[in-house]
Every structure is written in C-alpha cells, then in structure tokens.
Design a protein around this ligand. Structure first.
Ligand code: JHZ
Ligand code: SAH
Length: 405
C-alpha cells in the first residue's frame, strides 16, 4: 500500500474508495473465472505535489504483457487525432530548428501514431508484446520493452541523441514516473522537448467521470502537478493544450529548465486549475460524494428499465466501464452483453462482473437501450449507429450526469 505520494513523498490523503476491482482490461475465458485477480481501488491526493493517484496499483507486468487487450487502432477518430498530433510535433521540430530529428514514442501500442514518423529517425518503446508486434508489422522500429535505462541507451547509441520524447495515454500508467522524468531529463537534446497527453483531472472532476480511475491509471494529472514533477527533475512545463479526446485530456509540453518561455495558454491553465480547486482536497472530497450519487442514480435507472422488461446492452467493452460495473455491482442481470470491435475481447467475460463480450456480427436485434460505456467515442459511435436511434433505441450515459439520450 502506498501511504505517501510517489512524487513528493508527503502523506497521501485518501478521498475515494471504489472497492475491490479486477484489472480494467482483464477480459477472461470462462475457464479462468475462479482465478481472477482483485485489488483495492482507492484514490488519494497529495497536498504538496497536488498529484491525484491510486493508493494501490498492481505490478506493471500484470497489466502490460503479451495478452494486452487494448488496441489503439479500434477508433478511426483517434487515428485522425494522432495524425494531427504528429503534425504538431513536426511543426515544433521545425520551429526549434532541430536538424535530423530523432523521436521516441513511449507506449506506441499498435503504431497508430508512430506510423506518422516512419520517414524520420524513430523508435517506439512498447512492453505489451502482442500490440508491439502489430506495430512492427507496419515496418516501424519498436523495442518490445518497458521504458527504462536500457531501452533509452540503446536508442541513444544508435542515433547519438534524442530530440523528442512523446506519449499519449501512457504517462499516467507508469508508477515509476520519477524514473521516466529523470531519464528524459538526462537524455533529451538541448532544443528538444517532451510532450504527452492524458485524461485531465479537471474533466474528471467536472463530469464526475470516475470511470477514468482504474488499475492502469495510477495518476490523474493536472498542469499544476505536472509542473511540480517537472521541476523536481530540472525540467519546465512550458505549454498545456486542452484536448477533447478520451472525455477531456490535456497535452503537456516540457523542456529543459527554462529553455522555452511559458506560454500565455499555460498560465491560463494554471489559473483555471486554482479556480476549479484542483489544488485543494475539499474539491476531491466533494467529488467523492458525487461519485456515490452517480452510482445510486445509475443502478436505479438500470433497474427501472429492466423492471419494464426491456433489454440493455453495453456499447464498447472499455476499461473505464470495468470500474463502473464493479463499483455499482452491475452484472449480466442488468446489462446482458457487451458489444465490442476488438477481436481479443470477443467471446470472453468482462473483468469482475463477467458480462459476456460479443462481436457486433452477433448483434441480430437491437436492444431497447445501449449503455454507452465508450462515451468518449460518442460522436464516432452515434454516426455509425444512426439506425439504432431511428429504430427507437436509446442511449444511457453517466456523464456528466446519469441520463437517457
Ligand atoms: P476506449 C483504454 O481505455 C485503456 P478504454 C488505456 N488505459 C487508456 O488510457 C485508453 O484506452 C487510451 C471499442 N469500440 O478507447 C474499442 C467499438 O467497439 O474508450 C474498445 O474496446 N466500436 C490504455 O478501454 C472500446 O470500445 C467503436 O466504434 O476505456 C473503446 O475503448 C469504437 C470507437 C470503439 O478506452
Ligand atoms: N498511445 C496509445 C496507447 C495507449 S495504451 C493510445 O493513446 O492509444 C497504453 C500503452 O502504454 C499500452 O500499450 C502499454 O503497454 C504501454 N505502457 C504501459 N506502461 C509502459 C511503460 N512503462 N513504458 C512504455 N510503455 C508502457
């Protein structure tokens, strides 16, 4: 159990208990039903670093291995998003006059973004061997390993320098984040930068999207906490750009200490975080009671619908919904099936509550209701599923509040 902040070593104040939880991506075969791993999902805040973090986190090898079940390329919208992100990085390289650039992606998954850097010196570092294999099949340079001293020195030896480190939805997964910042600080070139994006604490609080909390998300970042962490390793946060992806994310730009001026946009983000109270424990205590209310409302709504003899399926077997369904004790008596386009998840049982996951090919008849577990992809999904709405189908969401749409 982590009693102290992983960044500042000061005491962690626990503000939320989401109970016993399985791995968010731990989809399992029927035969493994009785061997499932559970841990206590509690969340704490450090007054010193302002970092929100899990009290307990499973070992990284338990989550990221050859059976990893999240494949980034399952969303077309995200493919476009990463295309734009890569253009932004290329522009940064140009603006900073970096010649013959070398870029490194931490957690490249199936290569959804790394493929945009094929024409320049690049490396992806990806520990989940099955997704790394898909990236390698795209003829990309990938080291199938965790981000560590060995992988970084291998790349440095090959190219003599590293100009850009980037990551998306990875940094908040790394419990040894101090080590990552230390390595980046040691190995990045003078004109270089480190850019990453992750789900934003501000959105989680505003939308009561407590489903962003699960085993893999050890941290929930704000610009304030990232700035604290950067300073600790002789780095500076110089820009922060809001993103709409994954239900609201933030992209952080980091450089060697004071190498680039702090943008006006970044200063605004800091001010806004103060206004939102992201530096104050009372905000998170209020958030904790909102989570409890959200649970009550969701369970009551699902029960009411079922009592009317109507069918509810879940759209997208997300890790986020593992938290919701286990915290709210929602099993196949309330939500009969999950439907998902990821082959490795199909014909398995969902983590903890064991709701069967099916391929959309098996969806012969629309249910009356879909619980929108992949709510962060709602635009993409709604435009794909116009027929469902036309046939009188309804969506259930829990963000920003429990309702039918
Ligand atoms: P999605 C994962 O979270 C885990 P999850 C991880 N920890 C993280 O941070 C984010 O990703 C990046 C399916 N789908 O993106 C695909 C359809 O079936 O919300 C996925 O299984 N049809 C690394 O799991 C799931 O839904 C569709 O049209 O919460 C979406 O998962 C679309 C768009 C998706 O991430
Ligand atoms: N960047 C992609 C993938 C996110 S999934 C996207 O945004 O869609 C998170 C990825 O981080 C997984 O593929 C996982 O294997 C990888 N990962 C987890 N811990 C890591 C670590 N310590 N070093 C490098 N990659 C890691």
């Amino acid at each position: 159990m982590q009693k102290n902040c992983r960044i500042s070593k000061s005491k962690l104040i626990k503000f939320l208990d989401l109970g016993k939880q399985p791995l968010g991506n731990g989809f399992l075969n029927k035969s493994d039903k009785n061997k499932e791993y559970f841990f206590d999902l509690g969340v704490g805040f450090s007054k010193r670093s302002k970092m929100v973090q899990l009290i307990n986190a499973p070992k990284k090898e338990k989550m990221f291995n050859k059976n990893y079940s999240f494949f980034s390329s399952t969303s077309k919208y995200m493919d476009e998003h990463f295309n734009n992100f890569s253009k932004e990085i290329k522009l940064g390289i140009k603006k900073n006059h970096i010649s013959n650039p070398v870029v490194v992606e931490i957690g490249c998954n199936d290569g959804i973004m790394l493929k945009r850097f094929k024409e320049i010196n690049h490396y992806g570092i990806e520990p989940s061997k099955n997704v790394a294999k898909v990236a390698k099949q795209k003829k990309l340079n990938v080291l199938a390993s965790f981000f560590d001293e060995k992988s970084v020195s291998f790349i440095k030896k090959k190219y003599n320098k590293i100009d850009v480190f980037y990551a998306a939805n990875v940094m908040c997964h790394i419990e040894e984040i101090n080590k990552v910042f230390e390595l980046v600080s040691k190995s990045i070139s003078d004109k270089g930068f480190f850019v990453f994006e992750d789900p934003y604490l501000g959105d989680v609080v505003q939308k009561t999207s407590y489903d962003q909390i699960y085993d893999e998300h050890v941290f929930l970042f704000s610009a304030t906490s990232i700035s604290y962490l950067s300073k600790k390793f002789g780095l500076s946060l110089f820009d922060a750009r809001k993103q709409i992806t994954h239900g609201g994310s933030m992209r952080y730009y980091i450089c060697k200490k004071n190498r680039y001026p702090v943008s006006e946009r970044c200063k605004k983000v800091f001010n806004n975080e103060k206004k939102m109270g992201l530096d104050n424990i009372s905000t998170f205590i209020k958030f904790g009671s909102k989570v409890q209310q959200s649970k009550k409302k969701l369970v009551a709504l699902l029960r009411k619908i079922k009592a009317q003899g109507k069918e509810i399926f879940a759209y997208g077997a997300t890790s986020k919904s593992t938290t919701i369904f286990n915290y709210c004790n929602i099993d196949s008596k309330l939500v009969t099936y999950y439907f998902d386009n990821t082959p490795i998840k199909q014909n398995k049982l969902s983590p903890g509550v064991h709701i069967p996951v099916l391929s959309f090919k098996k969806l012969k008849k629309y249910p009356e209701y879909f619980f929108l577990s992949a709510w962060n992809h709602s635009k993409e999904i709604m435009s794909k599923e116009k027929k469902f709405k036309k046939a009188g189908g309804k969506w259930i969401t829990h963000v920003p509040s429990v309702k039918i749409i």
